[in-house]
Design a protein around this ligand. Structure first.
Ligand SMILES: Nc1nc2c(ncn2[C@@H]2O[C@H](COP(=O)(O)OP(=O)(O)OP(=O)(O)O)[C@@H](O)[C@H]2O)c(=O)[nH]1
Ligand SMILES: [Mg+2]
Length: 220
């Protein structure tokens, strides 16, 4: 049995009668502040969203302080052909983030093995010391090997110009290490382009996407 309620973050949430997460697949964006988590979520959202309460974009702007301070989600259907929850998160490691522990707990509701894909967002050309070991630190916080379900999402794709992305990754040992730990699943977004193709190509990198989203397979 399903119940629907409006949680504090103001968006329609579905939970079972026992309060456990429903069967909606989750796309969870994780990473440090300013890397482009919210902008990437908006790029995905832009591909097609007509469900009530889901049209509003995530707040995204340049800032050295965290812009997103709590986990937020939007539910979308197009282009997946089934309901998908897009979960934007704050930088759990930022000194200025109050209630980091509570936010990790909130994130855990959606970030569970078999029910999600993680997009580990990293800004192209701006790999910082704080990002070294970030995968392990996130695994520690979330309590499972998220690497099995993670795609490294590099943003600011326009900065690559004509260089090869694979070569770029190989040139940075710590970045290559993270990509390797994630089974060489990686993708490049240019969030200044609202381009469907880059989103569809990302979805096609989600393990078992063709079984989860058979309608997407038919249409793209
Ligand atoms: N040119 C360009 N700008 C981008 C891209 N991705 C993100 N940005 C910009 O980078 C800035 C930070 O992006 P956000 O999406 O707010 O970053 P965030 O990871 O959500 O940051 P927090 O919410 O603070 O954790 C914004 O001004 C975005 O417009 C990109 O691919 N290209
Ligand atoms: Mg944000």
């Amino acid at each position: 049995m399903q119940s629907k309620r409006l949680p504090s973050n103001g968006h329609l949430e579905c939970t079972s009668a026992h309060g456990v997460p429903d069967n909606i697949f989750n796309i969870v964006l994780l990473g440090l502040t300013g890397t482009g988590k919210s902008a990437s979520a908006n790029t995905i959202l832009a591909v097609g969203n007509t469900r009530r309460g889901s049209r509003q974009l995530f707040r995204s702007e340049p800032s050295s302080m965290p812009v997103t301070t709590q986990c937020e989600f939007r539910i979308m259907e197009k282009p997946f052909g089934v309901l998908v929850r897009l979960v934007d998160t704050p930088d759990f490691f930022h000194d200025q983030l109050e209630n980091s522990k509570a936010q990790v707990e909130e994130c855990k509701k959606y970030c569970q093995p078999g029910h999600c894909v993680v997009l580990l967002v990293i800004q192209l050309g701006r790999f910082t010391d704080a990002e070294e070991g970030i995968l392990e630190k996130l695994e520690d916080k979330l309590g499972w090997k998220i690497r099995e379900s993670t795609i490294v999402l590099l943003t600011h794709g326009e900065g690559l110009k004509k260089r090869s992305l694979l070569r770029f990754i190989h040139e940075s040992a710590p970045l290559k290490n993270i990509v390797e730990l994630c089974g060489f699943r990686y993708h490049l977004f240019n969030n200044s382009l609202k381009d469907t193709k880059q989103v569809i190509n990302l979805i096609k990198k989600i393990p078992n996407y063709n079984k989860m989203f058979p309608k997407l397979t038919k249409n793209y």
